[in-house]
Design a protein around this ligand. Structure first.
Ligand code: AHR
Length: 654
């Protein structure tokens, strides 16, 4: 009897919960009443050279330590040749930015050479052409240098020769095809015949880079960025702006001009995390500020450089520039504005033109400092702002709210930002998926008259697994989607947002999760990437209200929603997130506008397993699909899959 009762009770509970699940809610959307403009910068990108994102990543150079400037000059290189067949000498030249070169001395005429291992190997593709270049000087009758690409068994899969060296430093170039696709090729250089040859800047690029540029970027990776149609590109970071100590901070002037003269420095992520040490992580600056501006322009993003404010990373050395010695730091920003926007008759504008871009880069925003906190930051920021506001009122300056999204330091910084009338404040949140869900209404109560928000670094941090990509779970992406409905809903105060970090090399990462994972040949968009893409390619122009029972959907019954119109295409766009493990129904009730079609498009990302993630070798576990749905009238029933993000675009009558 007791058992019967319990079974009945359980059945009733299940029935009650099912009826609660299927009870459709009505989302009333005031499609005819725009309430806030969505900035064209709203959804953007954060780029930092972390996880081998630049060298060994998007920068297509295949040779590691091409100029022998790593702390250990032959790191990445292996000598070949019979013992005592000759000498390998590291010599310092007059060029203070690129002092070292390698002298290959073959006095007996026996073969002498070396191989370069690339960045955890070199990814090469059958049928692709490779551009080899080298800076060389003949000291004594060196006849020729054999250039060979080898697969991991030592088989030659591409080769060329450089000869007729001059007695002066000169760059030599040659091109050759590769016959086999291989993820971990090596480059071998062999000096044949007796002679002494000095070499530097040994370089190998695929001919096919993004837009076919020399010193270019990996086309497949840039394409993934372009596909996001980003509103802005923040660069060069992140903590890399600050440096462990001031000496190793990012200095943009050292990253422009002739590539051979850009002074390499250690990458701050080299030894930051002992469990992910990368002693071979340096910044060649082949991807420097000119290339960042060009990348931003190529992908239609507004450039947002972040510069050092006279403070090294407060998690590391905390070195400070005294307040009366900030001039060079301020000058760096003034000169950067000239580099980006100045006439070609100015010093820095001319350099931009000489580098191939006479037209301005249309810089409108600059960040001062990254994750700084305390009075020492504010003391410095005040000095920067005074000069910059006087000299460049047309530029919006971005201040930081520190590394965490709440707490004493955060509150202090915000009070100061308001007082200083900083136009944009950079908030960072690396928190659990649960935090993201709770914070979908974070900005509902923000001061509408204060500084605008730049959610400059965020990512939901889920549990870690063994695979590099395992932290980019569908659960984390869905939580970000939920929060992003809150960002969009508050577009009157939230002007910009970017997931961070952007790239992770599966063989050489330091930090995860990341938006895009890659190896030497391939890449995988994460579920988080697809969420970003669903928002950024459906950005809209104006927010409209979308309410259930008079309130925004910020988690009631595990649902989240935001709505906007695209005034250019006359469409209503509704984004809906269901974080429950069951299907939900939502009736969209349009007010003020009529649909102009009988069928609409739905873009859906769903996966019944919140732990699912994409991998470089298995990139399609979580991907968006498109659906069509017939509609009639102003009430549209939408079925939301379990664990899903759904975006509908509804063409509306003008
Ligand atoms: O995105 C990785 C790091 O996280 C950034 O460099 C830093 O700003 C933040 O702490």
């Amino acid at each position: 009897m007791k058992l019967k009762h319990s079974v009945l009770l359980i059945c009733l509970m299940i029935a009650a919960s099912l009826s609660a699940q299927t009870q459709p809610k009505t989302l009333v959307v005031k499609a005819g009443t725009p309430i806030a403009t969505i900035q064209s910068t709203m959804w953007g990108l954060f780029f930092e050279d972390i996880n081998f994102a630049a060298d060994g990543g998007i920068y297509a150079e295949l040779v590691k330590n091409r100029s022998f400037e790593f702390n250990k000059p032959l790191m990445g290189w292996t000598k070949i040749g019979e013992e005592y067949a000759g000498q390998f000498q590291i010599i310092n030249s007059q060029n203070e930015n690129n002092p070292r070169f390698l002298r290959l001395e073959s006095l007996q005429g026996k073969e002498l050479g070396l191989t370069n291992e690339g960045f955890r190997g070199m990814g090469v593709v059958a049928g692709e052409n490779y551009l080899f270049s080298i800076l060389a000087k003949q000291e004594q009758g060196a006849s020729a240098l054999k250039i060979e690409l080898l697969d991991s068994t030592g088989l030659v899969i591409g080769n060329a020769e450089v000869k007729n060296f001059s007695g002066d430093w000169k760059t030599y170039e040659t091109k050759f095809a590769c016959s086999v696709t291989h993820p971990k090729a090596q480059l071998r250089l062999t000096l044949s015949g007796k002679g002494v040859l000095d070499i530097d800047m040994v370089s190998l690029f695929p001919e096919h880079t993004w837009k076919g540029r020399k010193n270019g970027l990996r086309a497949d990776l840039v394409q993934k960025l372009a596909d996001l149609k980003p509103g802005f590109l923040r660069f060069p970071g992140g903590c890399i702006v600050e440096g462990h100590e001031l000496e190793t901070r990012y200095q943009w002037k050292k990253t422009v001009g002739n590539v051979d003269d850009r002074k390499l420095i250690v990458n701050r992520w080299n030894t930051e995390f002992s469990y992910r040490n990368a002693p071979d992580y340096f910044q060649s600056y082949g991807l420097g500020f000119f290339e960042y501006f060009q990348l931003a322009e190529d992908i239609g993003a507004s450039p947002l450089p972040i510069l050092n404010c006279g403070m090294a990373c407060e998690f590391n050395s905390s070195e400070l520039v005294p307040l009366d010695k900030l001039d060079p730091y301020i000058q760096d920003i003034l000169d950067l504005i000239e580099f980006a926007n100045g006439a070609t008759t100015t010093k820095w504008g001319k350099l931009r033109a000489d580098m191939g871009h006479p037209a301005p880069f249309n810089l409108k925003m600059v960040g001062v400092g990254n994750e700084q906190w305390g009075t020492q930051y504010i003391d410095r920021l005040k000095i920067f702002l005074k000069v910059l506001n006087e000299k460049h009122p047309e530029i919006a300056f971005v201040g930081g709210a520190g590394p965490f999204p709440d707490g004493k330091d955060f509150d202090y910084l915000w009070t100061q930002m308001r007082e200083l009338k900083v136009p944009l404040v950079d908030e960072h949140y690396y928190r659990s998926p649960e935090w993201f869900l709770k914070n979908a209404s974070r900005y509902d109560s923000y001061d509408r008259k204060g500084p605008k928000i730049f959610a400059g670094e965020y990512a939901a941090h889920d549990k870690e697994g063994e695979d590099a990509e395992s932290r980019n779970t569908w659960k984390s992406a869905l939580a970000e989607a939920a929060l992003m409905t809150g960002l969009e809903r508050n577009a009157d105060v939230v002007y910009m947002a970017s997931y961070a970090p952007l790239f992770g090399n599966v063989n050489a990462w330091q930090w995860r999760p990341d938006l895009i994972w890659f190896d030497n040949l391939k890449s995988a968009a994460t579920p988080n990437y697809y969420v970003q893409k669903m928002f950024s390619t459906n950005a809209g122009t104006d927010v409209v209200t979308a309410l259930v029972d008079g309130k925004p959907l910020t988690g009631q019954d595990s649902l989240f929603a935001s709505a906007c119109i695209d005034s250019k295409t006359s469409e209503l766009i509704v984004k809906m997130v269901n974080v429950a493990r069951h299907t939900a129904s939502l009736t969209l009730s349009l007010e003020g506008k009529q649909p102009s079609v009988k069928e609409i498009n739905l873009q859906v990302v769903a996966n019944a397993n919140p732990g699912a993630f994409n991998q470089v070798g298995k990139p399609e576990e979580v991907t968006p699909v498109e659906r069509k749905q017939k509609i009639s009238g102003k009430k549209i029933d939408i079925s939301l899959d379990a664990y899903s993000l759904t975006v509908v675009r509804i063409p509306i009558k003008k």
